[in-house]
Design a binder for this molecule. Structure first.
Ligand SMILES: [Zn+2]
Length: 316
């Protein structure tokens, strides 16, 4: 602070010693007035700095407004909010998580300064942040993270069957049991869910979430569902497509004359949508008006799943 005062004095060509408390005014200059002017200048500088800091700070409740950039579908990302499709409890917790205000250990350590150990209470491996709990914690991998994925997949398969006009089996209910049928449809359309696909060559990734065989249209489509850590959303879409390309190539060799493609169904764990609407529109499985419904349905399951996960984690 003092150095800033001295800078200001230097700027005005005044000796910095006037700021010393014991300074005597030998020439009878109005030191008090100078000191006052310097103080006022300092206050102005401080206010300017503060304003810049406040403007740069991410404000609460502005997460939807911050959603921008190539490949982010802002309208679809806030659809749950606009349509009010989730329960109030979920809405409140999602807001809290988006604002990074969830009472995680990292927050307790940094903001409340009440905790030294900021490691995750479940895996004790990483700093406990919302991002870690929702997407990275190994403890939840086969619990909450899997449940959330399966719920989103359940909605996707239901919509695929509706889109293709395949009757929904009466037993089609979540959660799926191990013994339940994973193959739907007959004749011209077959939908295979979460099953190992027979391949001609050696293919490492041979169990996608869903494969749709449309024999009349000579098209095979692989669907893969993922809930991604929000900042890596678009990378996950690319990664999922790349992961199943060898299987798509193998299927193209098995079914001569068929088109094969991979459709990534990726959504951010706090509801952000990337290129999902485009992917679903291009897929050729859904009718035009159905795409928004599919996105909304998956978004609802993902948000409810993320909130369940967070609630359970915070009670550990
Ligand atoms: Zn953890």
């Amino acid at each position: 602070m003092m150095s800033k005062g001295r800078d200001i004095l230097e700027h005005y060509g005044i000796s910095a010693c006037v700021l010393d408390p014991g300074y005597q005014d030998p020439d009878g200059r109005h030191v008090g007035r100078i000191q006052k002017a310097v103080k006022a200048e300092l206050v102005r500088a401080q206010q300017g700095e503060l304003l810049t800091q406040v403007k740069a700070k991410i404000q609460h409740g502005t997460y939807p407004r911050q959603l921008a950039g190539d490949g982010i579908d802002r309208a679809a990302s806030v659809k749950w909010l606009v349509d009010g499709k989730v329960p109030a409890r979920v809405e409140a917790m999602v807001f809290e998580a988006q604002d990074n205000a969830t009472r995680t250990r990292a927050r307790e350590g940094r903001i409340y300064i009440t905790r030294e150990d900021q490691l995750c209470r479940a895996c004790h491996e990483r700093e406990e942040t919302v991002g870690h709990i929702l997407a990275g914690c190994v403890f939840h991998q086969f619990r909450g993270i899997k449940t959330r994925h399966d719920r989103a997949l359940y909605v996707l398969v239901r919509e695929i069957l509706l889109g293709l006009g395949v009757p929904l089996p009466a037993t089609y209910r979540y959660p799926w049991g191990q013994a339940e049928a994973r193959t739907f449809g007959t004749g011209s359309v077959t939908v295979v869910v979460d099953t190992v696909i027979q391949t001609r060559g050696r293919v490492m990734e041979n169990r996608p979430d869903g494969v749709v065989y449309q024999h009349a249209a000579k098209c095979i489509e692989i669907f893969e569902v993922a809930c991604a850590y929000e900042p890596c959303l678009l990378e996950r879409e690319i990664e999922k497509r790349r992961k199943y390309l060898p299987l798509a190539t193998d299927l193209a060799r098995q079914f001569e004359g068929y088109r094969t493609k991979v459709t990534p169904v990726v959504m951010g764990d706090l509801g952000t949508v990337g290129r999902l609407r485009t992917h679903l529109t291009e897929s050729g499985v859904f009718w035009q008006d159905q795409v928004d419904r599919v996105v909304c349905g998956i978004q609802r399951e993902v948000l409810c799943g993320s909130v369940d996960l967070l609630t359970k984690h915070l009670l550990l």
